[in-house]
Design a protein around this ligand. Structure first.
Ligand SMILES: [Zn+2]
Ligand SMILES: [Zn+2]
Length: 121
C-alpha cells in the first residue's frame, strides 16, 4: 500500500485587486484561470506559471490595450508599472466590457495623424 501524501491544494482562490481593492476570484465562472480584476482589469506581476522565471516582481500591471492574435479572441495587454514588462492575457467572459471597449477604441480616438485624410478617398 503506497503512502498517500497527496498535498492539499493550496487555497489561492481569491486575491485583492492591486488597483481597486476588489476581492477577485482566481477562477472565472467557466473555470478558467484568472489573473486580472474583472472590474478594472488591473493585474499583478506574478509569473507563477513560469518555472524559475525572473518574475514575481509583484508590481501592479496596468491594462494598456487589447490585441487580437491570429488564433482569435481578445487579449488584454498589461504593462508592469515596476519593470515595464508586457504580458498578454485572454479576456474572461465577465471582464468589464466598458473598460475593454475603451481600450479598443483609444487608438482610434487619438490618432497620430489627421483622420480627415481618409474622408477624401
Ligand atoms: Zn480591480
Ligand atoms: Zn514587473
Amino acid at each position: 500500500m503506497s503512502h498517500n501524501t497527496t498535498p492539499t491544494t493550496p487555497k489561492i482562490d481569491d486575491f485583492p485587486c492591486a488597483w481597486c481593492g476588489l476581492t477577485v476570484s482566481a477562477y472565472a465562472a467557466d473555470g478558467a484561470r484568472r489573473n486580472h480584476c474583472p472590474s478594472c482589469l488591473h493585474s499583478r506581476h506574478v509569473l507563477d506559471h513560469v518555472e524559475g522565471g525572473p518574475g514575481d516582481c509583484r508590481g501592479r500591471m496596468s491594462p494598456i490595450a487589447v490585441a487580437v492574435p491570429r488564433t482569435g479572441g481578445w487579449q488584454v495587454i498589461h504593462r508592469c508599472v515596476r519593470c515595464d514588462e508586457l504580458t498578454s492575457t485572454p479576456v474572461c467572459a465577465d471582464d468589464n466590457q466598458l473598460v475593454l471597449m475603451r481600450m479598443a477604441v483609444r487608438p482610434l480616438a487619438q490618432p497620430p495623424f489627421p483622420l480627415e485624410a481618409f474622408g477624401t478617398l
